[in-house]
Structure formats: C-alpha cells, structure tokens
Ligand binder design. Sequence first.
Ligand code: LMR
Length: 350
Amino acid sequence: MKSLLACLGLMIAGIATALFIGFHDHTGNKEIVYDDDQEGLQDQIIFTFSHVVAENTPKGLAANKFADLVNEKSGGKIKIEVFPNGSLYSDIEEIEALQNGDVQFIAPSTSKLGMLSPEWGVLDLPYAFTDYNAVKKGLNGSIGTQLFDSLKKNQLKGLAYWTNGFKQITTNQGPVKTPGDLKGQDLRIMQSDVIEDQFKLLGATPHQESFNSTFQLLENNIVDGEENTISNIYSKKFYNVQDYLTISSHGYLGYAVMTDEHFWKAQTPETRRILTEAMKETTEWNETYAEQMNKEQLEEIKKNSTIHIYELSDKEKKEWMKRLDPVYRQYEPIFGRKLIQELLELRKDS
Ligand code: LMR
C-alpha cells in the first residue's frame, strides 16, 4: 500500500513538473503557444480586388493569379484579397468604390467605362476587332494608350488590359442567323450606349442591366436574350435558361485593370515594383489563356446542354457588319475620325 501511495505521489509530481516546464521557459517567462502562420502579420499589407465574374473565367483566374504572384514576390508581405461574382460591389458600384478608396483594384469590362469618357465606346463598335491579334495590337498600341490617358482626369490609373474574348448571342427567341432575326427581342446588355444603339438599329429593345442580374432576367423571361463571351455564358450557366446560341463574334469583351492614382502614388517604390511585375506576368498569361478557355468551354456547352448552336459563316458575318456599319458613322463625331481609322486599320492585318 505504501509503495502504491509513493508511486501515485511520484506521478502527481511528474505531471506538475511537466505542466510547469510546458508553460514556462528557462527564464521563467510565460510562453504563449501560437500559430506560425500568424508571424509578421502586423507588417502585412492587405489590398482588395473586386470583380463581377465567376472564378473559372479569364478575368477570375487572372485576378487569382495576380494575387498569388504578389504574395510570392513580396514574401507574403502583400496580400491581395479577391472578391469574385460581384460579392463586394456590382459593376454599377465598383468604379465609385475604387474612387472612394474602398477597393484598390477593379477590372471592369471596357464597355462600362463610357461613363468616364465616351471614347471607351470605340471598343464596343460592331466587329471592332476581328481576331485576338488585332485586340493585342490595338490595346498594346496607340488605341490602348489613348484610352488609358483618358482615365487621368478621373484620377484613375490603367494598369493593364486583360482580355476575355468575343461576344456571342443567346436567346429564347431563335434561331438568330440574320441581323433581322433580333427584331422585337428584349436583350440584356452592358452599360454602353454604343451597344444600345447597335441593337436598336436591328429593331431589338436593349436593357442596360448589371451582369449579376442577368441569369434571373433570362430565367424569369424578363428579357429574351443577351450577348456575352462563351466563358461568361458557361460559368454563369446562361445556356441552361436559353434555347439558342449564335456564334457571331460581333463584339469584343475585355477589361481595363485599374487602380486609384492617389493610392498608387502613396505606395513605396518596392510595393509598386512588385505590383507592376505581377501585373505584367498575369497579363501575358491571360493573353494566351483566354482564347483557349473560351474554346474549351464552348465544347463543354456542346457536351452538356441541349442549346441549339448556330455559327455564322464569314459571308454571313459580312452581312452583319454591313447592316451595323451606320453605328460607325453615328459615333464618328464623338470618338473622332482618327481613333476609328486606327481601329479599321487593324482589320487589314487580320
Ligand atoms: C457583362 O456585364 O456582361 C460583362 O462585362 C461581365 C464581365 O465582367 O465579363
């Protein structure tokens, strides 16, 4: 019995010693148990990137890649928090949020920038670009520079052009083969007067509505159809609530990645270097990946849905171009002859 009590006493003493050693270091200071991941967090800078599309799209993936690259290049010191799907701001709110300093990076479709300067509408002209090469030449050249320069008066800074691709038409009132087939249809469009005028010219009724309301507008038959890239049609499942898809490639959809000029100037040269390098790498990646993604997702739509797909032939596209040509003349006094000429020049090389 004595030896049993001695044993128990030793055990209690052992546990007490272990507890004491476990919580105190050799200096007697109390050790706080903490998670290594939290180390240095007080020095971390957090910026916000808001956008409206799904993550598995050219813009969604590019935003995530940018965040990863910034994290890597800054050794974890700069964190970009990405909010997709309009979860933070809708396309109608995001420019103001950027100007108010509520978000540091946005990448709106260029179609939505007409509210800042009307020249942005030049990129919405029908068949403005006929292939990805023309997009690259135009936006990396003089057209892109002029448009970014126009942001300065709003104290905004253009960081890069990201691409998505060419817009197609979906509707429940189809099939749409000729420009006349859109007559009488109600269509959801982006916030762009040029897009509005081109659909009016075809006898349709366009409605400028936010991207994140589009699925419901289609599902509840409030509109008959819409125009968008394959990646948006796929990732937002518009093909599930639409019967017809016309591969018309009648317009371009790309993004201006922007920040606020005051915010940019307030950063250290090192932070600006990291952000600039990450943006450059992301943009190169986006240029090669966007086209492939739209192609792959069209195949997925073909495999997984019953939507009727019609692809315009080159001859039919020429008919659409001719029918929509008056929009160029209508907007020449607004955009200036020079800008429109520069755009048309690109067609010669494609
Ligand atoms: C749309 O509103 O349809 C697009 O601009 C969405 C996007 O950002 O791609």
